[in-house]
Design a protein around this ligand. Structure first.
Ligand SMILES: [Ca+2]
Ligand SMILES: [Ca+2]
Length: 252
């Protein structure tokens, strides 16, 4: 798993899809290599540092040509003197990460980094947070955040502000996600627009069309999606709190 804490630079929040790209290393002009740290930087205020153990490098003509061994246990990114991203609780193959870098395989590198049960905490401004595979715990913090409930059983917390909970991917792999702080009064919405479903309130699934229904108990609301219209639910979203949901709570 990866534990990620993010900080904003001015009004710029954190974005899992753009701020973790291994290709961003190409922006730096300098680097230093030690067995326990590889640091890429342009100046003291702008750098990415990989901490770990057993790093073995191949340096040719003053360039980092390859990484042969080692385990990355932490990554920190500094932008304009602000530590924008701090990643801990990882154990990544340094050689593999460097291979992704060489191949320009940015998405594969993010899938590798976020493949486990991750805990990602956003900034005080708007963030876009996707935990990728695994049972992730995502927290948007302040601002208007977009939290993506993808594969696995994720726990999503929007925090203050008008947040959007987005569900995408193969319906049967989405599992049961929990939204801990759904606030209609803050303008929170649940975006299920990639699936074309009709909202049927508390009715049972008809089995004729893709449908979205809900039922509530004293403390929880269960949103159930039948995305293929066979009358069987494909994934569930649990909201903490008891809500009489309407179609207005969703982007369908
Ligand atoms: Ca993950
Ligand atoms: Ca935020």
């Amino acid at each position: 798993m990866a534990v990620i804490k993010a900080q904003a630079v001015g009004r710029d929040g954190f974005n899992t899809s753009t701020d973790l790209l291994i290709g961003l290393l190409r922006q730096y002009t300098q680097f230093t290599t030690r067995p326990t740290e590889a640091r890429f930087y342009t100046d003291a205020d702008n750098e990415t540092a990989f901490g770990g153990t057993g790093f073995k490098y191949v340096i040719k003509n003053g360039r980092l040509a390859d990484v042969l061994a080692g385990t990355i246990t932490s990554i920190t990114v500094q932008v304009k003197g602000v530590e924008t991203v701090a990643i801990s609780d990882i154990g990544l193959s340094a050689a593999r990460v460097f291979d992704f870098y060489k191949a320009g395989a940015d998405v594969k590198e993010i899938e590798y980094l976020l493949g486990g049960a991750d805990r990602i905490t956003g900034t005080k401004v708007g963030d876009y947070i996707d935990g990728f595979r695994g049972n992730d715990t995502l927290n948007g913090g302040g601002g208007q955040d977009v939290l993506v409930g993808g594969q696995g059983d994720d726990v999503l917390t929007g925090g203050a502000g008008r947040d959007q909970f987005v569900f995408v991917g193969v319906a049967r792999k989405l599992g049961t996600d929990v939204i801990t702080d759904y606030h209609r009064s803050q303008g929170d919405t649940i975006d299920l627009s990639v699936f074309t479903m009709s909202f049927v309130g508390t009715d049972r699934f008809s089995g004729d069309h893709p449908e979205l229904r809900f039922h509530k108990t004293a403390g929880k609301t269960y949103v159930e999606a039948d995305t293929d219209g066979d009358g069987v639910k494909d994934f569930t979203i649990v909201l903490k709190g008891s809500f009489a949901l309407t179609a207005h709570d969703f982007l369908l």
